[in-house]
Design a binder for this molecule. Structure first.
Ligand code: UT7
Length: 318
């Protein structure tokens, strides 16, 4: 027993920050960002916490699935930029929705939405749930060093959600990989002020080795998509859409080229939102769902990579 995606939702803050506006803050320009990353603008929160964006995306997904908060059996969220370590974003969303089910958070950075689906699949398999809400939500603007042009131009804020329901077994397969280590991507926590602790840490912002991450990302995406296809005796011709993590348009183009498929097979919206980490796949999925381009029965692949290092992909029947 697995699940199908009964509804999707998203929320992004109103404030749009263009490349030109960023160019007034750091030494960058619109042309470089568009050419090297594929981003024109991103949404930045001015007055909403991560949990509030998560709640709004959740409401949107619940409405799309025609599901009430009281019908939920679990709420699973993911974030690397929550306003609190505790309560988790999941508990905050449960409270805001007025739901009563258990709620917990998963940390797997940009791949987290895939890890949420895998976690949910376990709960469905144990027959612990009929309906599960999954949400990826980020206020990455709060953990960016706004003087570092190699990171502050890439990321954006937002939330994406989905309601999973047990009536159909449409979560068909997955691959999940972790290469643990903090040398390529790292977001250190505030280390506190213990008078007994002697170690130091980097500043509590996103630190990323861009080119290392880029190479890892292309290899991870191509490897995971190939594995999913081979495991299920499918080819890319059988897949209607691939919904990838939106980290850099050039990563997607490289992957398309290496997989010998058209870029049109990939749903891409990075131009408008930048990289929203755990929210990026569910935001893209919601846009694709609402565009009317998916038909029930279509095969789609979701895939993501990022901090951990963690990467994952899954095969879904829509
Ligand atoms: O979601 C988590 C996973 N994250 C990712 O997948 C990100 C993967 N990495 C990337 O997307 C890219 O590596 C970046 C967008 C981060 C950087 O792009 P790049 O093409 O790898 O640039 P680079 O670091 O090789 O830098 C090339 C040049 C350098 O100048 P010189 O040394 O050639 O003179 C940089 O100083 O571009 C310069 N540069 C910039 N110029 C204008 C770096 N950042 C900027 C900038 N504006 N914002």
């Amino acid at each position: 027993m697995s699940f199908y995606i009964a509804g999707t939702g998203m929320y992004v803050p109103e404030r749009i920050v263009t490349n030109d506006e960023l160019a007034t803050m750091v030494d960058t320009n619109d042309e470089w960002i568009k050419q090297r990353v594929g981003i024109s603008e991103r949404r930045i929160s001015t007055d909403e916490w991560t949990s509030e964006m998560a709640y709004k995306a959740a409401l949107c997904a619940l409405e799309n699935a025609d599901c009430k908060p009281e019908d939920l059996d679990y709420i699973l969220t993911a974030s690397v930029s929550a306003e609190c370590v505790s309560p988790s974003t999941a508990c905050m969303v449960q409270n805001l929705l007025g739901a009563t089910c258990p709620a917990l958070e998963v940390n797997a950075a940009c791949s987290a939405f895939l890890f949420l689906l895998e976690t949910a699949a376990g709960l469905f398999a144990r027959k612990r749930a009929k309906k599960i809400l999954v949400v990826g939500a980020e206020r990455l603007s709060g953990i960016l060093d706004w003087s570092d042009r190699s990171t502050c131009i890439i990321f954006g804020d937002g939330a994406g959600a989905a309601v999973l329901s047990c009536e159909k077994d449409n979560y068909l397969d997955s691959v999940v990989t972790v290469h643990g280590g903090d040398d390529v991507i790292k977001i250190p926590h505030f280390i506190g002020c213990s008078p007994f602790f002697t170690k130091e840490n980097d500043s509590p912002y996103i630190h990323m080795q861009g080119q290392e991450t880029f190479k890892y990302a292309v290899n991870a995406m191509c490897g995971d998509i190939t594995a999913i296809l081979e495991q299920n005796h499918l080819t890319l011709d059988d897949i209607s859409y691939i919904v990838p993590h939106q980290a850099n348009k050039r990563i997607i183009d490289f992957a398309a080229k290496r997989l010998k498929t058209s870029e049109e097979k990939f749903y891409v919206n990075i131009e408008h939102y930048g990289n929203t980490s755990s929210a990026s796949v569910p935001i893209a999925l919601d846009e694709l769902n609402r565009s009317g381009r998916l038909k029930r029965g279509d095969y789609i692949i979701l895939c993501a990579f990022g901090g951990g290092l963690a990467n994952a992909a899954c095969l879904l029947r829509w």
